[in-house]
Write a protein that binds this ligand. Structure first.
Ligand SMILES: NC(=O)C1=CN([C@@H]2O[C@H](COP(=O)(O)OP(=O)(O)OC[C@H]3O[C@@H](n4cnc5c(N)ncnc54)[C@H](O)[C@@H]3O)[C@@H](O)[C@H]2O)C=CC1
Ligand SMILES: O=C(O)C1=N[C@H](C(=O)O)C[C@H](O)C1
Length: 266
């Protein structure tokens, strides 16, 4: 691990002729953090310089010469982490959930005086999940009815998932753009929550089940037919190509980027 003075971008090391990116992982002992540590260690062009988890000193990131932080922590701590990274000129690839418009606006304000720093907030790094969102957006205008079901492991801290919220919002935007009225629904809820959470007019249902990792279905319906789109992450390795892509690209993408679909040309 290398060290450098805080508040300065460290000089990159090299792997052959290619510069090596110094990576720090926040939430390094968690389910996703552990997988990121493995993926970074396996990549020739990346060097793991800092592993930080709850109770560790954030300044360790700057002291180790971190150029890009990957954050998989918790919604209640992630904003402080991002603030620290921006203040210390460290690019930030964030997979942690819990971002609404107000949080995104705050990050944009923090970034304003730091035009060279990049923050990528990605609700999902899985290629299949991103394609599902894209297909759902495409299909939305053809189906008056739509519901989202997300299914996850029971240790997940939040509900609904960040991916489900993003998917529902993208579908709602596509419906509005097509001038569609709200989805038909004559049901009155006998028990609160029976129809799921309302995200921008789209019902979102959250299932928590032992044995699952991360899964999502979008159900669409019209007269006499339905369309079901489903994505399954069976292993957290599924998120790693997207995470590494963001780590490699963020240096060339200053400012705030939401989602990695543009990095993939989607
Ligand atoms: N964008 C994506 O593709 C994905 C996002 N996620 C999201 O990532 C987040 C983490 O998920 P998991 O790894 O399953 O959770 P986890 O609970 O296994 O890991 C979180 C880790 O963060 C640590 N932590 C807590 N506070 C911290 C702090 N202040 N500084 C540093 N570390 C701290 C915890 O000790 C723990 O080790 C969740 O918000 C989850 O929804 C999960 C999978 C994929
Ligand atoms: O906590 C998880 O596991 C996941 N979180 C993200 C989310 O909330 O969308 C991404 C993926 O669904 C796995």
């Amino acid at each position: 691990m290398t060290t450098s003075a805080p508040n300065q971008q460290p000089a990159p090391t090299t792997q052959g002729d290619a510069p090596v990116i110094n990576v720090g992982v926040l939430g390094a002992r968690g389910r996703m953090g552990t997988e990121v540590v493995k993926a970074v260690n396996d990549a020739d062009d990346l060097e793991l310089v800092a592993m930080v988890d709850e109770g560790d000193w954030l300044f360790g990131l700057a002291d180790a010469g971190t150029q890009v932080v990957v954050d998989f922590t918790r919604p209640d701590v992630v904003m402080d982490n991002i603030r620290f990274c921006i203040d210390n000129n460290i690019h930030c690839v964030v997979g942690t959930t819990g971002f609404d418009e107000s949080r995104l606006a705050t990050i944009a304000e923090w970034l304003a005086p730091k035009p060279e720093v990049g923050v990528i907030i990605a609700p999902n790094f899985g290629i299949g999940a991103l394609l599902l969102m894209k297909f759902a957006q495409e299909a939305a205008r053809f189906f008056p009815s739509v519901e989202v079901i997300e299914l996850h492991h029971p240790n997940k801290v939040d509900a609904p998932s960040g991916t489900a919220v993003r998917t529902a919002r993208l579908i709602a935007e596509a419906r509005r753009a097509a001038g569609m009225p709200p989805a038909p629904d004559a049901t009155s809820e006998g028990l609160a929550g029976a129809r799921g959470a309302d995200v921008d007019g789209v019902p979102v249902h959250a299932v928590r089940l032992a044995g699952l990792v991360a899964h999502q279905e979008v159900l669409m319906g019209t007269s006499g037919e339905t369309l079901t789109l489903r994505h399954d992450s069976y292993d957290r390795a599924s998120f790693m190509p997207g995470v590494l892509l963001a780590v490699r690209e963020i240096g060339g993408r200053p400012g705030l980027t939401v989602g990695i679909e543009h990095l993939l040309g989607l």
